[in-house]
Design a protein around this ligand. Structure first.
Ligand SMILES: NC(=O)c1ccc[n+]([C@@H]2O[C@H](COP(=O)([O-])OP(=O)(O)OC[C@H]3O[C@@H](n4cnc5c(N)ncnc54)[C@H](OP(=O)(O)O)[C@@H]3O)[C@@H](O)[C@H]2O)c1
Length: 290
């Protein structure tokens, strides 16, 4: 029976982690909402919990016998913190001793980036449960930079001239694999996972332009303009507020940080924007990356 359980293996980060662990010959239990969509991997047993974190009883049962859990943060939802807390309680009750959780850079109870508050609350729940933890505080995904510009190749938002250092999902997964496969080496550590360098959205547009030969730009919006340009999407207000807070957090400088943690943990420097695009040219479609 595997001592390690991995959530999110039907997604990008968890999928990369599960595949790499399998390649390393490490046994794992994949806890998924749909067994049909689970990757088929050597040394991996699959447990289906259709309700995911919102089904604490099912999640607890799926975790019986597991010592370490990789807990991927759930998709955006108004009750996301409640789901995360339920998952942590279920893990504790099942006998899990260690959780490796994907958090967010600078997670705090008053983060300007609103989802950073959810991550802080989840970290607090893991600490309060008395579990050993490693928090992977990811910056924004490098993979999403072209998507932010969209098919119009224009970044729009109240980001001022703030800088950010996005991190590729490959690097997040590489750190997670290292942490998961070396028990004891990263206990109670909190890592800030960023890319190798800072750039503004104006500089991101210039770099995408140079890389593709197309014209990219950044249009700074006021808060009001940001609401006006996003309302037609039909998304709920809480979601739009979350999206806009992404840009406000960039403007205020709360993402203006390069950490050496990716290299310290994996032994290799994090990927640049261009290296990420070389590895995943499909990101340039401007669509939401899968
Ligand atoms: N730092 C950033 O810029 C950034 C950007 C986007 C997302 N994120 C966060 O990072 C997480 C991982 O990113 P990713 O790129 O791997 O996302 P992804 O490709 O959308 O994968 C998300 C994974 O989480 C699972 N999941 C989502 N909600 C769940 C729930 N309530 N209960 C159980 N499993 C659930 C999904 O399962 P299904 O396949 O069944 O849906 C999927 O396997 C995201 O879920 C999100 O919280 C961070």
């Amino acid at each position: 029976m595997a001592d390690l359980a991995v959530t999110g293996s039907t997604g990008a980060v968890g999928g990369r982690i599960a595949r790499t662990l399998a390649d390393l010959g490490i046994e794992q239990r994949l806890i998924v909402r749909s067994a049909e969509r689970a990757p088929r991997l050597d040394g991996a047993e699959v447990r289906e919990v259709p309700g995911g974190y919102a089904d604490p009883a099912g999640f607890r049962e799926a975790l019986e016998g597991v010592g370490t859990l990789f807990l991927v943060s759930a998709e955006e939802a108004q009750d996301r913190v409640a789901q995360h807390k339920a998952a942590v309680t279920a893990a504790k009750e099942a006998g899990v001793e260690r959780i490796v959780y994907t958090s967010f850079l600078g997670a705090a109870p008053d983060s300007t980036f609103l989802l950073g508050r959810d991550h802080w609350a989840t970290e607090a729940a893991i600490r309060e449960a008395g579990l050993t933890f490693t928090f992977l505080r990811d910056s924004f995904y490098m993979d999403f930079i072209p998507y932010f510009a969209g098919p119009e190749r224009t970044f729009r938002g109240p980001a001022g001239n703030g800088r950010l250092s996005p991190v590729s999902r490959d690097d997040i997964a590489a750190v997670a694999v290292q942490v998961l496969s070396t028990p004891g080496a990263h206990d109670d550590a909190t890592y800030g996972l960023t890319g190798p360098e800072l750039f503004t959205l104006t500089e991101a547009a210039e770099r995408l332009g140079r890389y593709t030969g197309e014209t990219y730009s950044y249009v700074e919006e006021t808060n009001e303009e940001a609401w006006e340009s996003r309302r037609p999407s039909g998304a709920a207000d809480w979601m739009i507020e979350g999206w806009i807070s992404t840009y406000v957090a960039i403007a205020e400088g709360s993402l203006d940080r390069v950490s050496g943690d990716v290299e310290a943990v994996t032994g290799r420097p994090p990927m640049t924007l261009e290296q990420t695009l070389d590895a995943y040219p499909e990101l340039l479609s401007g669509d939401l990356p899968g």
